[in-house]
Ligand binder design. Structure first.
Ligand code: HPA
Length: 242
């Protein structure tokens, strides 16, 4: 039984093992759940965009993904999310551990609490990320020597298109530091399943209208190194979450 699971979006590893395609009441997850060795510890690992990186953010079956990871034995989920940078809280190439989010997504299946069990249930979602897992990740970052910005507000947009400059200005007025497309409804679903969930945000580009040239070129420039640093943090997590 693995304690930790990773849901990853950025980068792409050719699958090196068959993994287990877990059926769920909510349909099929993005890919088989595989086991990944980091620093001598085994993690469950699921690529949220699928094995061929073919599922866009708004079409991901987030309910199936979280359910499958819990079925596979996860009680703790670290999400890796690539984001654009809005404020100077973080710079491209760095990693940020958000403490808050604002959800601008729409039309995604966003809850297990759909009334099918005859009950109306309202998730408490303050804070949206697990404080305990955030602490563990900050300590792991310290041990690994990888810089990690503590706290920030993640604006979750619908995608798959990138934002306009005016939309980014609005997100900044709302209080957002970074913008990405995948932390919701993932974080809320994890909370409904009582999984500890936190997000390591890979800051890979200045957001639209914030300079720095082509967003795609910046993603290509910064993503691989930031991802490798996220894995160094994960490898330094303590064993056993009990
Ligand atoms: N906007 C939205 N999502 C993103 C971005 C961005 O600038 N960069 C990486 N994911």
């Amino acid at each position: 039984m693995s304690d930790y699971a990773i849901i990853e979006g950025s980068g792409f590893d050719a699958p090196d093992a068959a993994g287990e395609l877990i059926g769920t009441p909510w349909g099929a997850p993005s890919a088989p759940v595989r086991r990944k060795d980091l620093g001598g510890r085994e993690f469950l690992w699921l690529p949220r965009h699928g094995d061929r990186h073919s599922i866009p953010p708004h079409a991901i079956n987030y309910r199936a993904n979280l359910h499958a990871l819990r079925e596979a034995g996860a009680n703790t989920v670290v999400a890796i999310n690539t984001v654009g940078v809005i404020t100077d809280r973080v710079a491209p190439g760095e990693i940020l551990l958000p403490h808050e989010l604002i959800d601008y997504t729409w039309g995604r299946a966003q809850s297990y609490f759909d009334g099918s069990d005859g009950e109306v249930r309202h998730l408490e979602f303050d804070p949206p990320f697990s404080s305990r897992l955030r602490e563990l990740l900050l300590e792991a970052a310290g041990r690994s020597g990888v810089g990690c910005v503590d706290g920030g507000v993640y604006a979750v947009t619908q995608g798959p298109r990138l934002e306009t400059a005016a939309e980014i200005d609005r997100l900044e007025r709302d209080g957002a530091d970074v913008v990405g497309m995948t932390a919701m409804p993932e974080a809320a679903l994890a909370a409904e399943l009582e999984l500890d969930y936190a997000s390591l945000c890979l800051a890979v580009n200045p957001a639209a209208g914030r300079g720095g040239g082509s967003i795609h070129a910046n993603v290509a420039r910064y993503q691989a190194a930031a991802r490798a640093n996220a894995f160094r943090i994960l490898a330094a997590l303590p064993g056993g979450m009990g």
